[in-house]
Design a protein. Sequence first.
Length: 218
Amino acid sequence: MKHGIVQCQTGVTLVAGGPVLARDLAAARALAPNVVAADGGADRALALGVRPIAVIGDMDSISVAARASLADVLHEVAEQESTDFDKALRHIAAPFVLALGCLGGRVDHELAVLSVLVQRAGVPVLLVGREDVIFASPAVLDIAMRAGDRFSLFPFAPVTGRSEGLVWPIDGLQFAPGGRVGTSNKALGPVRLEMDGHGMLVNVPRARLGVALAALVG
C-alpha cells in the first residue's frame, strides 16, 4: 500500500464526485479536518467553499477551472486499472477516512466504491451519505447503537458470524452476495458483531456517524 501523497496525524475527509451536502462536509471536517479530493470531487469541494490539500486521481473528471485553481495540489495517478476512490485511499496515510460524494449518485460508481471498501477492510473508512453511514466490519465490532436503530448488513463475500444486540441474530447464518443478506435488521441497544472473515458491510443511520467512528478507531 502506498502512502506517498497525504500523510496526516488526524482524520481525512475524502470528497468524491457524487452528491455532497454542505452539512455533511461541515460535520466530516469537524471530525477529519484535512480535506482531500478524488478527481472530480475537487469541483464538489470548491463549490462548497473548501480548498482540498490534495487532489488525487487520473484527472479525467476534474473541470478545467478546478484544475487551474488547484494546480499546486494535483497528483495525477495515470493508471486506469482502479477507481479514483481506490487511487486516493492508496495514497492517504491517516488514522481514518470519512468519504463523501460516494453515495446517492451513479449506482455503478457506488458499487465500485463498496467493492473497494471491502478490499481495504483493515483501513477505517466510513462512507457518509444523506441517510447512511457504511463501513466494512472488522473481525469484532462493538458499537453503541440505540434501540430501534436500523442496522443493515450486506455481504460482498461469503461470510458467517455471530451477534449480540440485534432483533434478528446472525448466528448460524450463511451470508453471500447472491444469497442471504441482512437488510433492515434493528438494534436492541449496543451491538456486538464477531465476523469469521472479511466481506461484511455495515449500514447504519447517518445520525450514528459518531458512534460508528468511535467503534472503528476507539
